[in-house]
Ligand binder design. Sequence first.
Ligand code: GDP
Length: 291
Amino acid sequence: MSSIQWFPGHMTKARRQIQEKLKLIDLAIELLDARIPFSSRNPMIDEILLGKPRLIILNKSDLADPRTTEQWMDQFKREGHVSIAVDSSTGTKVNQIPVLAKEVLHDKIARQIAKGIKPRAVRGLIVGIPNVGKSTLINRLAGRSIAATGDRPGVTKGQQWIKVGTEMELLDTPGILWPKFEDQLVGYRLAMTGAIKEQILNVEDIAFFAMKELSQRYWDTIAGRYELEVPPPSDMDDPDEIVRIMEAIGRKRGCLISGGRVDLEKASGVILRDLRSGKLGRITLEAPEFA
Ligand code: GDP
């Protein structure tokens, strides 16, 4: 899934598939990766959703820097969107989603009540780029309703809706969006977090890029985690300086080849694994730009 090559034809098809479902739903639930909310966002999301109300979810917030996550939520609020940070893998805050979905649709629901119509369950569609956690979240939400009712799973063959408690229903297949490929920086950030598989970009290149970003923003964190005794790069634009740090990490982690030289490929693998699994701490690579 994550190694899909998105050609214009695929994008048109993905867009059409989502737009066909828009008439069935009350709101779109847009999933972003809390570590890279900018890069994990589809560049055409506003046009694709055709003005459909939206709830923004910063997923994988367990891996992201909580202060920056707060800044992103403030930013979305300024843009007029309701948002929430969740961890779909453990379910933290996931139970807030139906509550917030109703908040997003507050005016519509209030109008129905004023007309004497009893509001039905809110209907949603989860959308997001590959690997952002769409299936994990759907399973979480479905599981919650299963647990609550003690019933059979809410997904019946041929049925399109998954019940989430009594107040929300989700389409059982999420809408798949594509990221912004044109921007090389975006590509590397997606690769660092594991959203793009390594066949597309070389592992050493990704780790190099990661070290550059981490040295700038999180030097104390990585120096602490790897117990580095070397100074930070003196010039972030000097590739030798970044490689020097990668080698220092490789040496600490025993990634050596004959002659005591550092196996840079192996060290790169270690760095990326540690970063993606959260072993380097909670790291966010993109902060919102304030207007
Ligand atoms: P999809 O392609 O959008 O459906 O993404 P998946 O649901 O398959 O998730 C991709 C990977 O991210 C899986 O390995 C999940 O276990 C992991 N994942 C999903 N949500 C979270 C989360 O909130 N926190 C963490 N740490 N991992 C998550």
